[in-house]
Design a protein around this ligand. Structure first.
Ligand SMILES: [Zn+2]
Length: 340
C-alpha cells in the first residue's frame, strides 16, 4: 500500500492523501496501518514506485517528494521529521540528490531504522558521471541512475533485501513481487534496446533541458550532446545558449527535449534557431497518468519516455508496447493517490 505526502500550501501541514488498502478490514482510515506493518519512506517517485511494487499490501510506502516538484532543490517541511521518525526503512537515491531530506532522516530516524541510499550503493565512485549540469567542480555526481533499467534492477534488489530483513514474516510475499518486477525490468531493458536500434545511427544524440540521461545513453549507444540546465538550476547564460546552438547545428540533432518538471522558453528559442523539433514532454521523475492508471509506475515512466523520444529521433517505438507497466502485486487495489 502506498501513501503519499501532499505538501500543498500549508508549510507545516502534512496532508496524507487517502491511500488504498486491501488489508484494512477494520474500518479505520487507511493511513492507520495495522500494528507491526513495515513503514517505508521514499523520496522521488521512481523509487517510490519500485518500493511499492515490492511492498504490495504488506508494507506501507510513503513518498516524500511530491511528483512534479524539483527533487534537486526539495526541502522537506519541518513536519516531515515526524514521518521520518516513524519509518522502519528510509529509501533515498543518494549521490547527493536529496541532501536536506537525508540529513533530516539521519537526525530523526528511530533506533533500528535503516537508511538505504540505493544510488550510492549501486555504482562506485569510479562510475560517477560528472557532466553538463553536474560538473566535477560542483562535487555532486549526476544522480539520475534510474532511467537505466539495469541500474534500477539493483535498486529493486537492494530494497527487496532490506524489506525481507526488516519484515521476515512476509519474506515470501516480497520475494514473489521482486521476482515479477525483475522480469518486467528485464523486459523493459530488452525492448528499450529494440526501439533505440530503430533510430538511425546519426540521430542517436540527445539534447535535453534537464540532465537526466547520462547513465541511460551509453547503455543504448546514444550520446548526450548537451543538457541545457546549468548546475545551479537557473537559466543558462546567453553565451552558453549560443554555443549549444552551434553544436546542435553542427551535429544535425533532429529534436531537442524539454521536460515536464522544468518548463523553459529557451528550448523553443534554440529550436527556432537550429531547426530542430522541440518536444517538451519528457519526464525525469514524475510518473505519467493518474494514480491507479497502468502507466503510473516507474516502468510506465520509461515506456512513455520512449514513446516520446524515439519517434522524434526518427525511430519506431512500437516494440515498447509489449512491456507490462502495471504494479506487480495482485492481492489488493492499486494505490489510489499520488500528489500531482
Ligand atoms: Zn533530476
Amino acid at each position: 500500500m502506498v501513501r503519499l505526502l501532499a505538501i500543498a500550501g500549508l508549510p507545516l501541514a502534512l496532508v496524507l492523501v487517502s491511500a488504498c488498502s486491501g488489508s484494512d478490514d477494520n474500518g479505520t482510515s487507511p493511513s492507520a496501518a495495522p500494528a507491526g506493518t513495515l513503514k517505508v519512506i521514499t523520496t522521488v517517485a521512481p523509487i517510490t514506485s519500485i518500493a511499492e511494487n515490492i511492498a504490495g499490501t504488506k508494507a506501507q510506502v510513503t513518498g516524500l517528494i511530491p511528483e512534479g516538484q524539483d527533487s534537486h532543490t526539495f526541502e522537506p517541511p519541518p513536519s516531515a521529521a515526524k514521518v521520518l521518525s516513524d519509518a522502519d526503512l528510509i529509501v533515498v537515491n543518494g549521490l547527493k540528490l536529496e541532501e536536506p531530506t537525508l540529513e533530516m532522516a539521519q537526525a530523526n530516524k528511530k533506533s533500528g531504522a535503516v537508511i538505504l541510499e540505493v544510488g550510492t550503493e549501486t555504482i562506485t565512485p569510479e562510475q560517477y558521471k560528472y557532466d553538463f549540469s553536474f560538473p566535477e567542480s560542483g562535487g555532486k555526481p549526476n544522480p539520475h541512475l534510474w532511467p537505466n533499467p539495469q541500474l534500477t534492477e539493483n535498486y529493486a534488489k537492494l530494497v527487496h533485501k532490506q524489506m525481507v530483513k526488516l519484515d521476515p514474516t512476509d519474506a515470501s510475499y516480497y520475494d514473489a513481487n521482486y521476482a515479477k518486477l525483475k522480469t518486467n525490468l528485464e523486459k523493459l531493458d530488452q525492448q528499450m534496446k529494440a526501439v533505440t536500434q530503430t533510430v538511425p545511427e546519426q540521430n542517436r544524440k540527445l539534447v535535453t533541458y534537464h540532465d537526466s540521461w547520462a547513465y541511460w545513453a551509453p547503455l543504448y549507444g546514444f550520446t548526450v550532446i548537451g543538457a541545457i540546465q546549468p548546475a545551479d538550476f537557473a537559466e543558462p547564460s546567453a553565451s552558453e545558449v549560443a554555443s549549444l546552438i552551434d553544436q546542435i547545428k553542427e551535429e544535425k540533432v533532429p529534436a531537442i527535449f524539454g521536460s515536464e518538471v522544468f518548463p523553459s522558453d529557451i528550448l523553443q528559442q534554440i529550436a527556432d534557431e537550429t531547426g530542430a523539433t522541440y518536444v517538451d514532454k519528457l519526464r525525469d521523475d514524475d510518473l505519467p497518468g493518474a494514480p491507479g492508471d497502468e502507466l503510473h509506475s516507474y516502468i510506465g515512466l520509461m515506456v512513455e519516455n520512449m514513446r516520446i523520444m524515439i519517434p522524434a529521433l526518427g525511430g519506431d517505438a512500437s516494440a515498447i508496447n509489449t512491456v507490462d507497466t502495471k504494479l506487480v502485486f495482485t492481492d489488493g487495489p492499486s494505490p489510489a493517490d499520488y500528489p500531482q
